[in-house]
Design a protein around this ligand. Structure first.
Ligand code: NAD
Ligand code: DAU
Length: 353
């Protein structure tokens, strides 16, 4: 078995589905707190599949984690669980410190106790894989080289600072205690089951609902987009063959300005589901107040994972974004399930003024 945390969220959920799509794969214990971002509907296709054991719980719960490790004896922990939205971290950072920093600390301590008691090949093969972000490196100027693993950490938001702190803990548990860890720092993901607080699903759903498409500031901030299935394959590669104590950057070589992303989504929707008045969805674009401390540019140099492990993304932005828009058009029931009262409260808090 492997223990996945945060496996009802966007990337964790895609990872669980990706892993179990291989019929010979090991089983998964999926621990998730089911915050607003966790959604069991993402895992509905696994109902009745005995290889998937869902546990509702918190990575900060030491007793629970200890019991799960003793009962299931996983050969790896893959830690996706986190508070993940930058804008929410600006409104309320406390949950980010609690889950991303204290929760990761707790998981590391539980893993250390469990791993210390293992023997022989079980001890040798155990892995703690920490899933992190490129935002820990801060913001790039236009002329800067893309983030390498050797870049200094310069986080700028409460979210990225909490992820940076968790990365440092993981590093220290390797150097001090010898816990067999690997860390991956990935760029912006997009794809199916993405909670519509993040740019791409928010734009798709707002467009279809006839709402404004909110673009922060001048819309020229750059992100490096990676299709979520490619992130999953990269994590599997690093888990299987990554060197212990190393960090690997994962990215799609797809730098795009936000406005370009929004316009691309509008064009695809114009083609797949034209507005009744035949105007482009682009007429709904609205430039709004910028995010405080907004990082200007992220870009990943994925040369290390490519050279060492031979991993490269399968999707281009053009193929991935088209699949993603089509997925939202084809899955209105999933969308209805996440567009709850608390989601509307969030939109009001973030966008009304
Ligand atoms: P998400 O917000 O969609 O999902 C997070 C999941 O973690 C949810 O299911 C939530 O219920 C669960 N969770 C939250 N707190 C928990 C706790 N205390 N205990 C157990 N479960 C808890 O996030 P995501 O976008 O899927 O991101 C997953 C991981 O990947 C995060 O660590 C994030 O920092 C990292 N990451 C995300 C991106 C991206 O573009 N989304 C890019 C790089 C790295
Ligand atoms: O880089 C990896 C990170 O990518 C992950 O670690 C985070 O978990 C993930 O949320 C994402 O962070 P971003 O802040 O880059 O993603 P978001 O989708 O919130 O925003 C993408 C860009 O779009 C960013 O420059 C802000 C802008 N934006 C976002 C929203 C929600 C808008 O212009 N309008 C919006 O309404």
């Amino acid at each position: 078995m492997v223990l996945v945390t945060g496996g009802a969220g966007f990337i964790g959920g895609n990872f669980v589905l990706h892993w179990l799509s291989d019929m010979s794969a090991e089983g998964i214990i999926n621990l998730d707190k089911l915050t607003y971002a966790g959604n069991l509907a993402t895992l509905a296709s696994l109902e009745g599949d005995s290889r998937h054991i869902f546990i509702h719980g918190d990575i900060g719960d030491q007793d629970l984690i200890g019991k799960l490790l003793q009962e299931y004896k996983p050969r790896a922990i893959i830690n996706f669980a986190a508070e993940s939205h930058v804008d929410r971290s600006i409104h309320g950072p406390a949950d980010f410190i609690q889950t991303n920093v204290v929760g990761t600390f707790n998981l590391l301590e539980c893993a250390r106790e469990y791993w210390s008691a293992l023997q022989g090949s079980e001890k040798e093969q155990f892995r703690f894989h920490h899933v992190s972000t490129d935002e820990v490196y801060g913001s790039l100027a236009d002329s800067d080289h893309a983030f390498r693993e050797t870049n200094p950490y310069e986080p700028n938001s409460p979210y990225s600072a909490s992820k940076a702190a968790s990365d440092h803990l993981v590093r220290a548990w390797f150097h001090t205690y010898g816990l067999p860890v690997v860390t991956t720092n990935c760029s912006n993901n997009y794809g199916p089951y993405h909670f519509p607080e993040k740019l791409i699903p928010l734009i798709i759903l707002n467009a279809l609902d006839g709402k404004l498409l909110p673009v922060y500031g001048d819309g020229q901030q750059i992100r490096d987009w990676l299709y979520v299935g490619d992130h999953c394959s990269a994590i599997r590669e690093v888990l299987a063959n990554g060197r212990l104590g190393e960090t690997y950057n994962i990215g799609g070589w797809n730098e795009k300005a936000n406005l370009e992303v929004v316009n691309t989504i509008c064009k695809i929707l114009d083609e797949l589901k034209p507005r009744t008045d035949k105007k482009s969805y682009a007429v709904q674009i609205a430039f709004i107040k910028d995010r405080p401390g907004h990082d200007r540019r992220y870009a990943i140099d994925a040369g290390k994972i490519e050279k060492e492990l031979g991993w490269r993304p399968a999707e281009t932005f053009d193929t991935g974004i088209r699949k993603t828009v089509q997925w939202y058009l084809d899955n209105p029931a999933w969308v209805q399930g996440v567009v709850t009262g608390s989601y509307h409260d969030w939109l009001e808090k973030q966008y009304l003024n």
